[in-house]
Design a protein around this ligand. Structure first.
Ligand code: ADA
Length: 572
């Protein structure tokens, strides 16, 4: 299931979930034909969506893999194939014809195939999960990056005139909104057509108009409507509006929430009121599913995160599933969305490479497009822990921030720095995220106090002293079940004490607007890129979770629950 609500009532859609043929191609020798001639009956079958690294004997496989399945088309028709997420490089072939290529991992891409004939068709996807110096993330990354088709592939049947896109935005003044609807209508017809476009909300027709579409063309229709007595979305107050754009043979449904995001006095404000952010970093990952995280478990993650007393989640380190964001929208938690540019060991030379930058810009654009309607998303983050001390980083970051602001000015643009005392990027952002591990990788937990003192001074000096600062990562490992009388390194006790002390320090700093503990759950580590430093990944896991990888609570969970629940959102 892709969303918690139906996106189409008229358009016929089908998920191609289920068994696909899979052939691994470790030497990258195959052209498409050779592969499936060599494996006419397929090497193995794999359930899509999934990650192949969760199957037997492919635990560590990084490289090329071919997927294949048949699709059956009843009567000749136009079809749209949407790949909701394929890790790394993806090439798609239909009946031997190359439909296109996509690079990414966590955002959808699609192909429209007009007039596909009735009968059986062969769909093949070549995926390549290889990381190198110009992929995002690069070969140096500290989470297991997996391979495969991780979100559903969707087959839609399109009429001659169809809705290509529905984008909704608004200007909010108190409880009045000017709402803009941008509807893209495409024609696959050989003759000019007229569409009657209707906009509906809550069973009520808001607007109707005729739109002329020339043969084979697309038109944008812009409709501006004033809405009054708006029910505002906020933390713990998940007021949502569902809109449907309709033409005769087609429709598209989407959902938004009305709220205003700003910053004031080192705080994030929603609808004018400050919200202190109590959060965790969440990887959308599980030992059985990898990144193909099932909706049922998302519901459980949400329940645990709510139990913890959180009002926010950072989606570390890539755009997470729309289903997950639907849940956050519906329960009134706010979300930080980011692209997988993970920089702790990213060579500085890489950030100036045109291909690297182009990939990053595409990823940022696709992230914003994917999550644009979710009221829970209030931060767009462009990178994590790159070397933010250099002119190369500045130049690339300027481009990324401009790319976000060109698409969306209603949210805050941010990043997470690991060099707070030397960082030159502070002025580029609305909000600064700091990742630091006092009490784990460096010094004593009290080191946070001096670091923050110096940071605030420096931020002031750089003209960035007013910006809200969020502690976006801090924490330490605690091996599940290792409980004792004293806080030894790697014990649950040590982790609980470290996190508790750190939270108290941040809470007493009026310039800190919120905290995201590293991390919600233990995750699988990436051993290939592990240097000496990552010898601390016992069990090959990053063990800094408040819950283990099966979501069982550690002592730190109970301590954080006590603390977060005692903090009132608006009280600071
Ligand atoms: C970094 C990084 C995280 C994780 C963490 C850790 O801050 O952003 O992805 O690797 O360190 O556990 O060391």
């Amino acid at each position: 299931m892709l969303r918690t609500f139906q996106e189409h009532r008229i358009r016929a859609t089908q998920l191609l979930d289920g068994p696909w043929d899979l052939a691994l191609d470790p030497d990258d020798t195959g052209v498409r034909e050779q592969w499936f001639e060599r494996f006419p009956h397929a090497e193995r079958s794999i359930y899509v969506p999934s990650c192949w690294n969760n199957e037997l004997n492919v635990f560590d496989y990084e490289g090329v893999a071919w997927y294949r399945r048949k699709i059956h088309i009843q009567d000749a028709q136009h079809v749209r194939l949407i790949f909701h997420a394929v890790l790394g490089h993806a090439d798609v072939y239909l009946d031997g014809q190359h439909l296109g290529y996509h690079y990414g991992g966590y955002t959808p891409f699609e192909f429209v195939v007009p007039s596909l004939t009735a009968g059986e068709h062969e769909l093949i996807v070549r995926t390549d999960s290889t990381l190198d110096r110009l992929t995002i993330p690069t070969e140096h990354v500290d989470w297991f990056h997996y391979g495969g088709i991780i979100r559903s592939v969707e087959l839609q049947r399109l009429p001659d005139l169809y809705i290509g896109q529905l984008k909704i935005d608004y200007d909010l003044h108190d409880r009045e909104a000017e709402v803009g609807f941008y509807v893209q209508i495409h024609s696959l017809s050989k003759t000019a057509q007229t569409a009657v476009l209707t906009l509906v909300e809550g069973g009520q027709e808001l607007h109707t108009e005729s739109v002329q579409v020339a043969a084979g063309q697309k038109v944008f229709s812009t409709v501006k409507l004033r809405m009054e007595d708006i029910r505002l979305w906020n933390v713990g107050q998940p007021e949502l509006y569902t809109f449907q754009a309709l033409i005769e043979m087609d429709d598209k449904i989407d959902r938004i929430g009305f709220r205003r995001i700003e910053v004031r006095d080192h705080r994030i404000t929603i609808n004018g009121a400050p919200v202190y952010l109590k959060g965790v970093n969440r990887h959308e990952e599980h030992p059985e599913w990898g990144f193909a995280f099932p909706p049922k478990l998302m519901q459980k993650d949400l329940a645990i995160i709510q139990e913890l007393g959180c009002n926010t989640v950072r989606g570390s380190h890539y755009p997470q599933s729309p289903y997950w964001l639907d849940l956050l929208d519906e329960h009134g938690l706010v979300f930080w969305s980011e692209i997988p540019m993970w920089g702790a060991f990213l060579p500085n030379a890489t950030v100036s490479e045109p291909l690297f930058q182009e990939r990053a810009l595409t990823m940022v654009g696709e992230m914003v497009d994917l999550h644009y309607h979710h009221p829970s998303v209030i931060f767009w983050s462009v990178h994590n822990e790159i070397d933010s001390r250099t002119p190369e980083a500045y130049q690339m970051t300027e481009r990324l921030v401009a790319c976000v602001r060109n698409r969306d000015t209603s949210r805050l643009v941010t990043y997470a720095t690991m060099h707070p005392l030397e960082d030159i990027l502070l002025p580029l952002f609305d909000v600064i995220g700091i990742n630091k591990y006092y009490g784990w990788y460096e010094g004593d937990v009290d080191g946070f106090k001096e670091m923050l003192r110096q940071f605030h001074e420096r931020a002031e000096h750089m003209g960035a002293g007013d910006k809200p600062v969020l502690m976006t990562e801090f924490g330490g490992a605690g091996l599940f079940g290792d409980v004792g009388w004293e806080p030894r390194l790697f014990s649950e006790d040590y982790q609980a004490e470290l996190v508790t002390k750190a939270l108290t320090i941040f809470r007493n700093d009026p310039k800190i607007g919120g905290t995201y503990i590293w991390q919600f759950s233990d995750i699988r580590g990436d051993l290939k890129s592990s240097g000496q430093h990552f010898r601390d990944r016992a069990r090959s896991f990053n063990n800094k979770g408040l819950v283990n990888e099966y979501r069982k609570p550690k002592q730190s969970f109970r301590e954080v629950r006590r603390i977060y629940r005692s903090w009132d959102e608006g009280a600071f």
